[in-house]
Design a binder for this molecule. Structure first.
Ligand code: GDP
Ligand code: MN
Length: 404
């Protein structure tokens, strides 16, 4: 689960990671009050107004309605409302969003960490994530932060460093010092960076994150190290033990159909293709997507109806798949192990009747317990449903109906 920058920073802070302080706001009035409070607490005279959306590249991104960038400086308290109005309520388009962009519902008012703007602070890149190949956590970092890290990886890969952490041994002192050393630090900044790295790793483990990306990590002109941005992804399967983090979920940032499926207990992921898939079991779903590809089609979604593919779930799954206008055919591929195929077939027939006019052909492959009875049931129903038993037949039928 992804969360907003301001939420990520609050988690970081709770684990002792130094951050650029800020206060989130829903309106221009709240933003002004937030700026005033920040001024009292931090002494800053300049503020950064930051759009809160689940996408990076905000600094270079543009708000369609106003032309404002997604991260802007306000050089006085008076400037805050005007800068906020340029962002709040608009649609921010960045390199990581779609062409329509994402609606900005909240802004973070942060202290300007350059203030009072003497010498240029330095920006570093740092992320913590699990390396599945080695089974270890890694801290990835670069002295070339602030900018596009993909570009650094491509043009100057030697400027990206990795520290592998054995999960049983934990982060060692020499490793944190090596990070500070490779970033070219000395004195107070060196010490501050080792503390920062330790706190960051503790936060990553403590909140069951799947990824932390801090870009930039900043060295201020007075040698303090702090997180200026935060991109935090939490492990959805661990949220049951973090009720406070689970509450950070922002459903407006997610695909509405995926949210609806999730609420109905279906695992659904939207894809770019034209063949809708309804399958029980993740492994069979993957195999089904492969066979669709082989037959010249392209899956429009991943959908696992789960072990209890009863009539109600089958109907819900049809409704969800049909919301996608690019779907040209639906392939139902169910293995009747626990569930009986004739029951699922009845579910398909009922769903077909309840939904009414299903505008695309449906290919149904039911294999396993009572597969023959199921095939007969579908054929006798008189509906526009093609029933097959072999997977290859299903693939051929898909090819035929989409004309691939
Ligand atoms: P992103 O563009 O979505 O990654 O958002 P960031 O939070 O990383 O901000 C974008 C850029 O704004 C950063 O790379 C910084 O250079 C700049 N920025 C962030 N905070 C401050 C600040 O306090 N003062 C100034 N002058 N610039 C800032
Ligand atoms: Mn950033």
């Amino acid at each position: 689960m992804n969360i907003h920058e301001y939420q990520g920073k609050s988690i970081l802070k709770s684990f002792g990671v130094a951050i650029q302080e800020g206060i989130v706001a829903d309106t221009a009035e709240e933003a002004s009050a937030a700026a005033k409070k920040l001024q009292e607490e931090t002494g800053t005279g300049w503020f950064v107004v930051k759009a809160q959306i689940h996408a990076g590249g905000r600094g270079k991104g543009t708000v369609t309605e106003t032309g404002s960038h997604g991260v802007v400086l306000a050089k006085s308290l008076e400037e805050v409302p005007e800068k906020v109005n340029g962002i709040l309520g608009g649609h921010l388009v960045t390199a990581q969003t779609s062409a329509e962009g994402k609606k900005v519902n909240k802004v973070l008012i942060a202290q300007d960490v350059y203030y009072p703007g003497e010498s240029d602070p330095e920006e570093y890149y740092m992320s913590v994530l699990l390396d599945r190949a080695s089974g270890k956590h890694i801290i990835m970092y670069s002295p070339d932060g602030g900018m596009d890290i993909e570009a650094v990886a491509e043009k100057t890969p030697e400027r990206i460093f990795k520290e592998e952490i054995d999960p049983l041994l934990g982060l060692q002192g020499f490793q944190a010092r090596r990070v500070a050393f490779n970033l070219g630090l000395s004195g107070k900044a060196f010490k501050d960076m080792t503390k920062f790295v330790f706190a960051l790793y503790k936060a990553y483990l403590g909140c069951d994150a799947t990824m932390f990306e801090i870009n930039p990590v900043l060295k201020t002109s007075d040698d303090r190290i702090m997180a200026v941005d935060s991109k935090v992804s939490l492990d959805g399967n661990a949220l049951f033990r973090h009720k406070d983090y689970a509450a950070m979920r922002d459903k407006t940032e997610e695909d509405p159909t995926e949210v609806e499926a999730d609420e109905a207990g279906l695992s659904y992921v939207k894809l770019d293709g034209n063949v809708g898939c309804m399958v029980n079991g993740a492994g069979l779903a993957m195999a089904t997507m492969d066979i669709i590809k082989l037959s010249g089609g392209s899956p429009a979604n991943f959908l696992d109806v789960g072990g209890t593919a009863d009539a109600a779930r089958v109907e819900k799954a049809f409704r969800i798949i049909l919301k996608d206008p690019s779907v040209k055919a639906i392939l139902v591929n169910i293995f009747g192990g626990i569930v009986r195929c004739d029951r699922v077939a009845q579910g398909v027939v009922d769903a077909y009747k309840n939904i009414g006019d299903i505008p695309v052909p449906i290919i149904v492959r039911l294999q396993g317990t009572n597969a023959k009875e199921a095939k007969a049931l579908i054929e006798e129903s008189g509906l526009e449903v093609h029933s097959v038993i072999l997977l290859q037949e299903a693939a051929d039928k898909v090819k035929e109906v989409i004309g691939a």
